[in-house]
Design a protein around this ligand. Structure first.
Ligand SMILES: C[S@@+](CC[C@H](N)C(=O)[O-])C[C@H]1O[C@@H](n2cnc3c(N)ncnc32)[C@H](O)[C@@H]1O
Length: 238
C-alpha cells in the first residue's frame, strides 16, 4: 500500500493534466455519468480513493456535498487545492474513520483495483451508509483485453516509464459476476453491474473520435468489448 501511496504522491501535481485534454475529459465524464445515474442527487457522498477530487466536483455540481478519502497525502493536498470547500482525509478505504450510517452514498472511481481486501472495503462502505444508501464503484473489468495490463505495467515499471498508474501494484480486475457476488455477500441488495467505456483517453485522434462514436453501440450490443465496470448496490431499509 505504501508503494501505491508513494506513486500517487509523486504524480499528484500532474494527475489532472491527464483529464484536462479533450479525450481525458470525455473519458472521465463518461464513467462519472454512469455512476451518477445510479447515485442519489444532492446528498452527502463519501468518495473512496478520491484522488484529486474529480468525481466529488462532478457530484457537487449536481447539488450534493462530499467527503474524500485517499491513501496518498499528495493527492489529498492536490484535491484541497482544487476544491477546498469539500473535506478530505488521508486514509485507507478498507478502514473507515466514520460512524455507522453517516452517508447517503459512497463512490469509488478507478481505485477499487488497488484494494488488498476489497471485501473489507465493501463491508466498511455498508457500515457507514445510512439504510437505503447507495455504493457505486467503477473499475477496470477482467477480460481478454485487460488481462495483459498488469504485465505491461510491470514491464513499464522496470523500464522506469514513470507514467500515472504504471507500476507493479498488484492490481486486480473483476468480472461483473464476481463484483455482483462480493457486493451481495457484503449485504447490498438491488445489485446492478454493467460494462462501459470503449474509447480510452490514451487513444490518439481520430481513433479516439471513432471509438467514441461506436461506444454506445458497443456498450449496448457488444458489452464484452467495453473494458470498465460500473457496479451499484443499496443498503436495505430498516
Ligand atoms: C487512478 S486514481 C483515481 C482517483 C480518482 N478517483 C479519479 O477518478 O480520478 C486511484 C486513487 O486511488 C487511491 N488509492 C489506492 N488504494 C487506496 C486505498 N487502499 N485507500 C484509499 N485510496 C487508495 C490512490 O492513492 C489514487 O489516488
Amino acid at each position: 500500500m505504501r508503494k501505491i501511496a508513494d506513486h500517487y504522491d509523486r504524480v499528484a501535481p500532474v494527475y489532472d493534466l491527464r483529464y484536462d485534454t479533450s479525450s481525458g475529459k470525455v473519458y472521465h465524464g463518461h464513467i462519472s455519468r454512469h455512476l451518477l445515474d445510479w447515485l442519489p442527487r444532492g446528498k452527502l457522498l463519501l468518495d473512496l480513493g478520491c484522488g484529486t477530487g474529480l468525481f466529488m466536483r462532478r457530484y457537487g455540481e449536481l447539488g450534493g456535498t462530499a467527503i474524500g478519502l485517499d491513501i496518498s497525502r499528495g493527492m489529498v493536498e492536490a484535491a484541497r487545492g482544487q476544491a477546498g470547500w469539500f473535506e478530505y482525509l488521508v486514509g485507507n478505504a478498507e478502514v473507515l474513520p466514520f460512524r455507522d450510517g453517516s452517508f447517503d452514498a459512497v463512490s469509488c472511481v478507478l481505485a477499487f483495483s488497488y484494494l488488498e481486501n476489497p471485501d473489507r472495503m465493501l463491508r466498511e462502505a455498508y457500515r457507514v451508509l445510512k439504510p437505503g444508501g447507495y455504493l457505486a464503484v467503477s473499475t477496470l473489468s477482467r477480460s481478454v483485453i485487460t488481462s495483459l495490463v498488469p504485465t505491461i505495467y510491470r514491464i513499464g515499471e522496470k523500464m522506469e516509464v514513470g507514467r500515472i498508474g504504471v507500476g507493479d501494484f498488484g492490481e486486480r480486475y473483476y468480472t461483473e459476476e464476481e463484483m455482483a457476488r462480493i457486493f451481495t455477500l457484503a449485504g447490498f441488495v438491488d445489485v446492478r453491474a454493467k460494462r462501459c467505456s470503449f474509447a480510452h483517453h490514451s487513444l490518439k485522434e481520430p481513433i479516439f473520435d471513432i471509438a467514441r462514436k461506436v461506444e454506445p453501440f458497443i456498450e449496448k450490443k457488444m458489452p464484452r468489448l467495453a473494458y470498465n465496470l460500473v457496479v451499484c448496490g443499496r443498503v436495505p431499509e430498516g
